[in-house]
Design a protein around this ligand. Sequence first.
Ligand SMILES: Cc1cc2nc3c(=O)[nH]c(=O)nc-3n(C[C@H](O)[C@H](O)[C@H](O)COP(=O)(O)OP(=O)(O)OC[C@H]3O[C@@H](n4cnc5c(N)ncnc54)[C@H](O)[C@@H]3O)c2cc1C
Length: 268
Amino acid sequence: MAIIGGGPAGIAAALRLKARGMQRVVILEREALLGGALRHETHAAFRWCAPWRIRTGEARARHLAAAALAAGVEVMVGHTVTALRPGGGLEAIVSGGAWRTKARRVLLATGGVADEPRFIETSHLQFDLGTCSPAVDQYGRCSDPAFFAVRKLARMSEFCRQNGTETGDYIADDLSGGLPSLEGKLEVRPGRGIRFVVPQTLAHVVPLRGQLEICAAEPMKGLLRVRAGEVVLYRRWTETWPEKRVVIALDGLKTPPDDAQLIVEIVP
Ligand SMILES: Cc1cc2nc3c(=O)[nH]c(=O)nc-3n(C[C@H](O)[C@H](O)[C@H](O)COP(=O)(O)OP(=O)(O)OC[C@H]3O[C@@H](n4cnc5c(N)ncnc54)[C@H](O)[C@@H]3O)c2cc1C
């Protein structure tokens, strides 16, 4: 199991995979130390968890890195992944030269939207321009099921860590045959007023479960709805703006037919 990126999300996923019994979990990190963006946050006001537990990001990064090592996660620092290949293949460079390998599963945990490296965008994976990250299903699984990606919507490190843990669980479920197949998946598309929606596909499970997260293109008031063709599956009044995280719970929604396309939109 290879994890690209040793920030809070990648470390959290590695810890969860070790806790679920995976023997070999390797983090590939291009920098010299684990910790990701956290390592550079030295401001005292940094809050990583509950308000009564305040540490600098730097201290939190050290704590996470130590936990990874203690759990037996293999850490390869100074390795930059440069290309992804079908079926879990990846290519990387290190000061001594280039190398390639293949992993049963690869997790992309390379950080914030603005930092998305080009090697993912130019890979064989379906890419979502709205979020600038690979398209995923409700389990974080990419269009090539050997690859998973941590969702990129959260800005605070604690949410990134939680997303990493959750995705680590899904990967462990997948390896033990517990995830539904991608056959008959549903496409989810942003419609009127929506900048992006995550996940971009849904494995077709009956009844539908999980949630969609959306981001509006501009400040808007109106009817937020999800439809399959002309059939409206979900509707509610909303008032939103581009920075606001809006969640649509899928539980209990009528399941649309196989291969349907769901459109999420705000009708003013
Ligand atoms: C200036 C600033 C202030 C912040 N303040 C706060 C705050 O007060 N509180 C808070 O909760 N959050 C804060 N954050 C946000 C927090 O740092 C991030 O939410 C969190 O670090 C994201 O975690 P991540 O694991 O998803 O990504 P990252 O921390 O970005 O980790 C991604 C890792 O992937 C590695 N990587 C990328 N590409 C490759 C590649 N090709 N090969 C190998 N490795 C690769 C990177 O080197 C990096 O280590 C702040 C962020 C910034 C920039």
